[in-house]
Design a protein around this ligand. Structure first.
Ligand SMILES: N[C@@H](CCC(=O)N[C@@H](CS)C(=O)NCC(=O)O)C(=O)O
Length: 223
């Protein structure tokens, strides 16, 4: 098996790498640099017609994309430690939280990235004619309200979907780290969410290795 991968801060490949570390799975990584448009090459489009990362290629050539789908596939092959839920109720909770995190947090963070960040200006202009900065900025409110919803929930338990770490925490963690990279922080007063963030960031799987030069470029590009 091979995982077509991109380095940090790309959040979606990172989800799979965190998941692999939590499970102790070793899969060879193939660096597919987005900055060189390797994800839009004919070879990669044959693996994933959306031209996105990550993609898991099986030994028989089957290609699986979508980070959560790849994780679910790996869970079937390596059931322990369990990260998707042990029974129907846990599995439903994990799935419910993944969907909430994807739609209420990842989607608006993505819109802020695409419509306000200088790094994406050229791609936004090529695909949509321009960056719709007002729309991008408006998404900050949606992120803020998601953070307060999550904060309230995390006042009642240690992790997103259960009283133990699951893949829902991985989806949230990778999204929050990417959000911070683009200048969107967890609100100061979301203290339960901040405590959760510190908890998951302390795990050995949580390495986030964005080169200092890239962090500095992102900071200075934002002004
Ligand atoms: N829903 C997909 C999203 C994949 C995705 O957006 N990946 C980013 C890298 S983090 C990408 O390939 N972006 C380039 C593009 O969309 O053209 C997943 O969970 O894997």
């Amino acid at each position: 098996m091979k995982l077509y991968n991109e380095h940090d801060p790309a959040p979606n490949p990172r989800r799979v790498r965190i998941f692999m570390k939590e499970k102790g799975i070793d899969i060879s990584l193939v660096h597919t640099p987005i900055t060189k448009r390797a994800h839009k090459s004919p070879e990669h489009l044959a693996r994933n017609p959306l031209g996105q990362l990550p993609v898991l290629e099986l030994d028989d050539g089957t290609c699986i994309s979508e980070s959560v789908t790849i994780c679910r596939f790996l869970e079937d092959l390596h059931p322990e430690p369990n990260l998707f839920g042990r029974d129907a109720k846990e599995r439903a909770n994990v799935d419910m939280w993944i969907r909430r995190i994807e739609f209420r947090l990842m989607t608006p963070v993505g819109q802020i990235w695409v419509h306000t960040h200088p790094f994406t200006a050229a791609v936004a202009t090529a695909t949509m004619g321009k960056q719709f900065t007002d729309y991008g900025e408006a998404n900050r409110k949606i992120v803020d309200s998601a953070c307060h919803l999550f904060d309230k929930e995390l006042g009642n338990r240690q992790f997103f979907a259960a009283d133990r770490y699951t893949v829902a925490d991985i989806v949230a963690q990778s999204t929050f780290d990417f959000a911070r990279f683009i200048g969107v922080d967890i609100p100061e007063n979301a203290t339960h969410l901040r405590a959760w963030y510190d908890r998951v960031s302390a795990r050995p799987s949580a390495t986030f290795d964005v080169p200092e030069a890239l962090l500095a470029a992102a900071r200075s590009a934002r002004g």
